[in-house]
Design a protein around this ligand. Structure first.
Ligand code: C5P
Length: 204
């Protein structure tokens, strides 16, 4: 089974994805961390052709063999990863890696283009929406010390870049189920998504 979750930054994709992966016994892959690891490599002065990204279990991301998972969630890499994501050669390499990983396993994969580009035949496609204010508040809760106004401005810059880039812009797949999470708790969103997956499993 393949489950694709897409949506803008801080819309709740990771919390939902982890919960679904655990519930249905799938591997969970957060593709944004791959873009972040590429951006870290570029920030360290490596050229793209010298950057090799790998994913190890459980949820560890390797840059040229070094586990960089715990270095990836910084405001600098928020922006640098979305800039890296506008480069066609970066996307081509990461999409190929994501498709290779997902090929023979049950997987929940989350990102921006999973339902549209990476796994167009996914069994379940979910697109999460949430207003910028709600997303900024959620991000601040995850990052103690972050300030709401600045976080909101940075999210809006990323939103614009993610949805206007020439290649694989952020869009729901035509067959995705859209869940608006603004007025829902995480538990409610998970329960709605679990029902959706169960329905699909019964259809097969
Ligand atoms: O999901 P996360 O915020 O960690 O992703 C970091 C950046 O990587 C995003 O802002 C987006 O520009 C890029 N990205 C992407 N395609 C994906 C996952 C992430 O372009 N599938």
């Amino acid at each position: 089974m393949k489950i694709a979750i897409d949506g803008p930054a801080a819309s709740g994709k990771t919390s939902l994805g982890r919960a679904l992966a655990e519930r249905f016994g799938c591997r969970f892959i957060e593709t944004g961390k791959m873009y972040r690891a590429v951006a870290l490599g570029l920030a360290r002065g490596l050229s793209l052709d010298r950057i090799v990204i790998d994913v190890a279990e459980p949820e560890r991301f390797l840059l040229n063999g070094e586990d960089v998972t715990d270095l990836l969630h910084t405001p600098e890499l928020d922006q640098a990863s979305s800039e890296a994501g506008t480069r066609p050669e970066v996307r081509a390499r990461l999409v190929a890696l994501q498709q290779r990983i997902a090929a023979d396993i049950d997987v929940v994969m989350e990102g921006r283009d999973i339902g549209t580009v990476v796994l167009p035949d996914a069994d379940v496609k979910i697109f999460l929406r949430a207003s910028p204010d709600v997303r900024a508040r959620r991000r601040v809760d995850q990052r103690p010390g972050a300030e709401v106004g600045r976080t909101l401005r940075e999210l809006l810059v990323r939103d614009r870049r993610d949805s206007t880039r020439a290649i694989a812009p952020l869009n729901p797949a035509s067959d995705a189920t859209i869940i608006d999470t603004d007025r829902k708790t995480l538990a409610e969103v998970i329960s709605e998504a679990v029902d959706l997956v169960k329905e699909r499993l019964l259809e097969h």
